[in-house]
Design a protein around this ligand. Structure first.
Ligand SMILES: CC(C)(COP(=O)(O)OP(=O)(O)OC[C@H]1O[C@@H](n2cnc3c(N)ncnc32)[C@H](O)[C@@H]1OP(=O)(O)O)[C@@H](O)C(=O)NCCC(=O)NCCS
Length: 168
């Protein structure tokens, strides 16, 4: 019989900004987008401050997985963003609910491949199903894409344009 991975899932509290920010930095590092420690520190500090504000005003929620020793081993968050009115995906009404953007999905390397991110995303999608919203959006990393696709996410038409001269 295979070994069972033991962990529990809990909602973020108002004190979790620094840990979520650390996940955010490590997530971008794993995606190859953090070339220097100086940038990592800057991102960590600014993310901690920004997340503390969003957690406090209720526009950021999420979940941690906790091991039996009480350590945070993974997390998944939602930034709830206001949007302009849109036609609902069933084309039957005008929808004006905020849209949850799933962010900061991260599992500590030694805990990967055990279904923890999947369990956190299921929690997130269960939460979303109980909200006044019709969708969840996210930007997938290569590592995350198979997970999201298996949960029913599909690619959309988002495009991106960088303002000339802003890459310095
Ligand atoms: C992406 C990430 C969160 C997945 O975490 P995890 O806890 O290992 O994921 P799970 O064990 O729940 O696996 C979920 C699915 O991901 C895919 N997956 C997981 N590990 C994989 C691997 N080594 N190779 C290919 N696919 C893999 C599988 O589809 C898997 O589903 P399955 O177990 O039913 O086959 C983790 O790899 C991570 O933190 N990566 C760095 C940060 C990042 O890219 N985050 C996502 C940002 S959008």
């Amino acid at each position: 019989m295979g070994q069972v991975t033991q962990y529990t899932i809990r909602r973020y509290t108002l004190d979790d900004a620094a840990t979520i920010a650390r996940h955010r930095v490590e997530m971008f590092r794993d995606m190859g987008e953090v070339p220097t420690e100086e940038l990592a520190r800057d991102l960590l500090g600014k993310s901690t401050s920004a997340l503390a504000v969003l957690l406090a005003d209720g526009s950021y929620v999420g979940w941690f997985a906790i091991d039996t020793g009480g350590n945070v081993i993974a997390g998944a968050g939602v930034h709830i963003k206001l949007q302009l009115p849109r036609i609902s995906h069933g084309h039957v009404r005008v929808e004006h609910s905020p849209v949850p953007l799933a962010v900061n999905v991260y599992t500590e390397p030694q805990w990967r491949g055990k279904g923890i991110a999947r369990a956190l995303m299921r929690e997130l999608l269960r939460w979303a199903s109980e909200q006044r919203t019709d969708r969840v959006v996210l930007h997938a990393s290569n590592a995350g894409r198979p997970l999201y696709e298996s949960l029913g996410f599909h690619s959309t038409n988002e495009m991106r344009w960088f303002v000339p001269g802003t890459n310095g």
